[in-house]
Design a protein around this ligand. Sequence first.
Ligand SMILES: Cc1cc2nc3c(=O)[nH]c(=O)nc-3n(C[C@H](O)[C@H](O)[C@H](O)COP(=O)(O)OP(=O)(O)OC[C@H]3O[C@@H](n4cnc5c(N)ncnc54)[C@H](O)[C@@H]3O)c2cc1C
Length: 588
Amino acid sequence: MPSYIAPVDDMMFLFEKLRDNKNYNELEKYKDVSPELVKDILEEAAKINQNLILPLAKAGDENPAILENGVVRTPPGYKEAYQKYIEDGWTSLSCDPKYGGQGMPRTVSAFFDEMISSASLAFKLYSELTLGAYNCIHHHATDEIKNKYLPKMVEGKWSGTMCLTEPVCGTDLGLLKTKAIEQPDGTYKITGQKIFITSGDHDLTENIIHLVIARATDSPKGTKGISLFLVPKFIVKEDGTVGSRNGISTGSIETKMGIKGSATCVLNFDEATGIMIGPKNKGLSQMFTMMNLERIVVGIQGLGISEIAYQNSLNYAKERKQGKSNNNKSESGKADSIIEHADIRKTLLNMKSIIEGERALCFWLSQQTEVSLNHDDQKIKQEALDMVSLMTPVVKSLFSDLGMEITSDAMQIFGGYGYTKDQGIEQLYRDNRITPIYEGTNSVQAADLVFRKLSTKNGNIVDKFMNLIKSETNSDDEKMKPFVDTLNYNLGILKKFSDWTIDKIKTNKDDVSAAANDYLKTLGYISLAFSWVKVLTVSFKDFEENKKFHEDKINTAKFYFEKVLPRAEQHYKSAISGSSNIMNFKFN
Ligand SMILES: Cc1cc2nc3c(=O)[nH]c(=O)nc-3n(C[C@H](O)[C@H](O)[C@H](O)COP(=O)(O)OP(=O)(O)OC[C@H]3O[C@@H](n4cnc5c(N)ncnc54)[C@H](O)[C@@H]3O)c2cc1C
């Protein structure tokens, strides 16, 4: 089983040293969230993830969730762990105190999301969609519905799902067939089949609150006729207690490559009673409230799995002795630890520089998210929202794709022992493989970025992002100069790539579609470089305070700039060759 030590020191470094952001500092509600409080939370979070949740990863992989006589049973140990998990209040960390939450900012809950993704993604998923559903209800439902449903969800006694996918509609939700028929009392009868529903049924909670998209009988075809419905597994009575079973049954659960402990269900809705949330036919935009926050969390899942893959690779590379390094002149034939080999060192640094850059970028994005949701000044709120909207597909796709690179490299470092099941490394690769697929595939994220995020009614968001980077990384410090110069050189590439893309949107959309993944990667790698420059500013300034820590940061950043960041330009060069060969190619 892989081992895991939560990276609390790195998280606290970000919280203490990179928190100083003017707009974020103005948020009244987080003024009392002190580093001391956050340290206490992270240390407790580390304990539950390292001790209680980590062992569930192997248990769930070996004993997947099953459907037995119409009832979904979670893997051994899940029920007891979930009970402790909710008793300790982890489901309520970032929720509104009005509904029983602890009101912590995303700067803190994102750290928790990372830790639990490292420990067991399959277990995490049972509460993850509850938070997604909570966010959606919190934003769009009436007070009556919020008061009735949210406290139990925040407490973790009821869980939530997101029911979009159907056999005929995955990416293209406009094709959905699930019907909603209005009843005289204002409720709806929902009929149809939803597939691939994460935590669609299970034995961990008293009730499951499904958020379902469906088409009312008098609604138009396509995405303009989709409405959102709250459909509980058990009808909730007036007094808030759980009543009779609603018309929902579990048809089957999927047999999967990874995250086997998570029940991915086919749900049949047969005249199930549902309540419409928000205005009719606006269901998709309401669901996007949930999906956008969720997409960032999926990126964090990739980061968490990358971290545990890195930690175990590092430990193994120190222990495993094979071959002589170039500097080993011993005649005895004594082998060195594989960490002495340049290629292994490079792989480890590749992992480390990406992971720490991602964590820092995520921290910055969490601040932007809080400003976009809570700032009093509408202009500042909108500017932050633009940044969140630009970075959401980047974090979702880049982190999950790099999670594949890192878990694959981890298997490589373990050699044959990585491919066999003994060490649990291949499970990390299998578990991470879903992250580039669900919550909108990575290709669809890239298309969203190039076609909808570059040029918007609020202007060119990438230009605004580049201006923000320049203003936040401007430095007179000589030591910073090589990093800032390289970053600026890459911003020049991003500018050329953005102009090329915006131009091609008008003249050749296939060129843009073919370049979309490359554009996302270029923007992503440059965003990580931006985060590294922010980290470096602190590390050079505070060097004497903690030499070992800051020297490590400076050298890791150096690796990132020399060996990883050049990928940004490679993606640009590949993309601008266009798509004519791709589109004219005759597949046999
Ligand atoms: C384990 C698991 C858990 C899931 N959990 C949930 C859940 O809780 N709720 C839920 O509703 N769904 C869930 N899903 C469904 C998931 O979100 C979909 O599988 C995903 O959105 C892709 O849809 P699809 O499988 O139908 O693929 P398709 O939409 O058929 O796509 C197939 C391929 O075509 C590409 N493609 C499609 N359209 C375009 C386009 N316009 N441009 C370029 N490329 C395109 C895609 O990128 C993909 O590579 C889950 C799936 C799995 C496997």
